[in-house]
Design a binder for this molecule. Structure first.
Ligand SMILES: C/C=C/C(=O)SCCNC(=O)CCNC(=O)[C@H](O)C(C)(C)COP(=O)(O)OP(=O)(O)OC[C@H]1O[C@@H](n2cnc3c(N)ncnc32)[C@H](O)[C@@H]1OP(=O)(O)O
Length: 258
């Protein structure tokens, strides 16, 4: 089936080592089919093992879409519930692979971000959108519920707005997505790469181990009751001292103050 996953590793002193992951199925708005999803999850699993990686950027090929959703033609041909279960497990596997990447992942939303595409974006740690991008969960309009990582949406935008996306199938523009908290930044398309670079530089100036510990802790905070979420921070803080990063970076700060 058409489409591919492109991985490019770029390394620069101000950003550290960064993986640029592109979902490339431009003719079909980078929609997700089973082969593409298997390749995506496998590629991200390989990236997870890269101990020198500092951050990742996830985007879609071309100017029109980040990901236009799961492939409707494939879903229309699913013969039964068992096949549907396998298909949605692949979608979930892609979102989980993003969440499981131990480094911060920036979603570079270069256009339509719909259905499974919005779930992938929600699975990222930071979202930046081009001003022409559009967002929505049109599943109910094609007779299916929004499931798996759609469950992240209420945490981002609240239950009322999530219901507007999930039940009304509303499509919103980038300005509204920013106002709702669905994305963290919106810029004109021609400024998208510079804005991504700006975030990568900020991540690049932070400790690699600290970012990894922070991402893992945020994931725990998302699912734990408050008391356990707070307690989970203590071993995470202690774990930071397993490398020389805190001593080195705290020491450098103290040195500059002197
Ligand atoms: C478990 C997860 C489920 C889901 O994700 S459900 C959500 C699925 N997504 C959607 O419902 C969006 C469907 N697409 C659209 O409504 C439109 O596209 C847009 C409004 C996003 C863009 O419209 P325009 O700019 O006119 O582009 P275009 O000509 O419609 O699309 C270019 C090519 O992409 C194919 N395509 C678009 N979305 C999908 C899709 N989700 N699955 C399969 N193909 C898709 C089209 O058919 C066409 O292809 P061709 O030129 O061969 O006709």
């Amino acid at each position: 089936m058409a489409g591919e996953i492109r991985i490019e590793i770029r390394e620069a002193p101000e950003t550290g080592r960064v993986a640029f992951v592109t979902i490339a199925h431009e003719a079909r708005l980078n929609t997700l089919n089973p082969d593409l999803m298997r390749d995506f999850a496998a590629a991200l699993a390989r990236l997870s093992a890269d101990a020198a990686l500092h951050a990742a950027v996830l985007t879609g090929a071309g100017p029109k879409a980040f990901v236009g959703g799961a492939d409707i033609n494939v879903m229309a041909a699913l013969p039964d519930g068992e096949a549907a279960r396998s298909f949605i497990t692949l979608v979930h596997g892609c979102c989980r692979a993003v969440r499981d990447l131990p480094v911060p992942v920036i979603a570079r939303l270069n256009g339509w971000t719909l259905g499974a595409g919005l779930e992938l974006a929600a699975a990222c740690d930071l979202r930046i959108a081009a001003s022409h991008a559009g967002f929505g969960m049109p599943e109910v309009r094609v007779g299916i519920p929004s499931v798996v990582e759609a469950a992240l949406l209420p945490g981002l935008i609240g239950w009322g707005r999530a219901r507007r996306l999930l039940l009304l199938g509303e499509t919103i523009d980038a300005a509204e997505a920013l106002a709702w908290g669905l994305v963290e930044r919106v810029v004109p398309a021609e400024a998208l790469d510079e804005a991504v670079l700006d975030w990568l530089r900020q991540l690049g100036s932070a400790g690699r181990q600290a970012l990894r510990l922070q991402k893992a802790l945020i994931r725990q905070w998302e699912s734990l009751p408050l008391r356990e979420a707070v307690a989970a921070g203590i071993p995470a803080f202690a774990a930071a001292w397993e490398s020389d990063e805190p001593r080195r970076m705290l020491g450098a700060f103290a040195q500059r103050r002197r």
